[in-house]
Design a binder for this molecule. Sequence first.
Ligand SMILES: *Cc1c(COP(=O)(O)O)cnc(C)c1O
Length: 337
Amino acid sequence: MRSKLPVTIEDIEAAARRISGCVLRTPLVGSASLSKLCGVPVCLKLEHHQTTGSFKLRGATNAVLSLSAEERARGVIAASTGNHGRALAHAAKAEGSVATICMSRLVPENKVSEIRRLGADVRITGNSQDEAQEEVERLVAENGLVMVPPFDHAAVVAGQGTLGLEIVEQMPDLTALLVPVSGGGLAAGVAAAVKARQPATRVIGLTMERGAAMQASVAAGRPVLVEEHQSLADSLGGGIGLDNHLTFRMCSELVDDIILLTEAEIAAGMRHAYTQEREVVEGAGAVGIAALLAGKIKITGGPIVVIVSGRNVDMGLHLRVMNGETDPFREEAAWHG
Ligand SMILES: *Cc1c(COP(=O)(O)O)cnc(C)c1O
């Protein structure tokens, strides 16, 4: 028998009790267009309507509420591609603490200024999340700040798992769940919750071709580094950490498959969300819709639940994608329309 996973359904239930009242219970709605396309009911979990614009508030709030008063007074710190930083800034402020947020130069300006507005101390260093993380470790050692990592942390995974609990309550007979994957905190948490309640549910991870760290790691059987490139799904950037403690193992055991998407497919997902569902969704949040549109999900029955994970996209970029641009971050030739 395999050993117990590091985050259990009991941990996730405790997190749900702890954070209720601090986070929104987001709607689960049917998608007429995707249901027609797939031939089975397809529902969207509108988690981009969460306070701060992504599910990251669940994990960050659970982590901050799990600290002692003394730890909270010292302040919290994280490296973040944006949404975790935003969530941690909000969660810290709500509990009378202060967040220091370190991020790489690849993070879009709209996310940086938003985190500053939420009262966090923002530090920009390096060209990758790994370099931003080195700055976090320096400040933890020198100033005694308490690290709340974006994904590889038990309280964060349990907090993200509360999204899975909500989904099973709202749609008890789901057959498949589509979940965006980067560091794997969301996928690990929701898979732990959903498989505890509905073991037959297939949990399918989605990420971009352009830097699929978890997929490459699961394929290799150990955490590996991948090259980072700018993508429409910027919230899915960053590695999983070579010394990953929790999410690599949980995703390896609980996530049935990880599917990769091109920039054009992600752009089509964002356009579908806007034109068919009337929702502004960032690239990372649109990968589930993108995978269904691209025909990359084998339909074995319904209902299918798609997690729409965030909406924090630069509105100028959103407009370009709505106007038909498919790869704004293409590195060679400029786009000639
Ligand atoms: C962080 C994030 C993800 C990926 O979550 P992980 O826990 O890192 O796998 C997906 N979508 C959005 C909008 C995010 O902010």
